[in-house]
Design a protein around this ligand. Structure first.
Ligand code: 5GP
Ligand code: ZN
Length: 119
């Protein structure tokens, strides 16, 4: 299934729910988290509806590679300070025990000066 009509992140990609966009290309969409933990907190998602990291297979390797190589570039663009004094945190919650609330694969990128609200 490439899009799930009941998925809030699919609706964000489609523009049916507004978001503060950080980046978009043919495969990926990135936007600011509505409830940020840190001065910089955005999400990178595939446009393809993949429910979680538990659903990832070898066919998704290049898509995940794109997400992980985009993250450091966007982190700096969005105001994270340079490594090593600065840096950022990448998190992907997976399943109920992993703390996942939205079941469309997403990578949190958090950074900026301490203290953070959480984490
Ligand atoms: P999870 O707990 O699934 O890893 O994270 C879901 C994240 O999505 C949370 O940090 C939450 O604040 C964010 N979120 C949930 N709904 C919306 C929304 O409608 N818009 C935006 N921008 N972020 C959302
Ligand atoms: Zn979705």
């Amino acid at each position: 299934m490439s899009v799930d009509a009941n998925c809030i992140f699919c609706k964000i990609v489609a523009g049916q729910i507004p978001s503060r966009k950080v980046f978009e290309d043919e495969d990926l969409f990135a936007f600011h988290d509505i409830a940020p933990w840190a001065p910089v907190h955005f999400l990178i998602i595939p446009k393809l509806h993949i429910p979680s990291m538990a659903h990832v297979g070898a066919e998704h390797a290049s898509l995940l590679g794109k997400i992980m190589t985009l993250a450091p570039q966007l982190a700096l663009e969005q105001g994270c300070n340079p490594y090593p004094q600065g840096g950022f945190r990448i998190v992907t919650n997976t399943g109920a025990e992993g703390g996942q609330e939205v079941h469309h694969l997403h990578v949190h990128v958090m950074g900026g000066p301490r203290p953070w609200l959480r984490g």
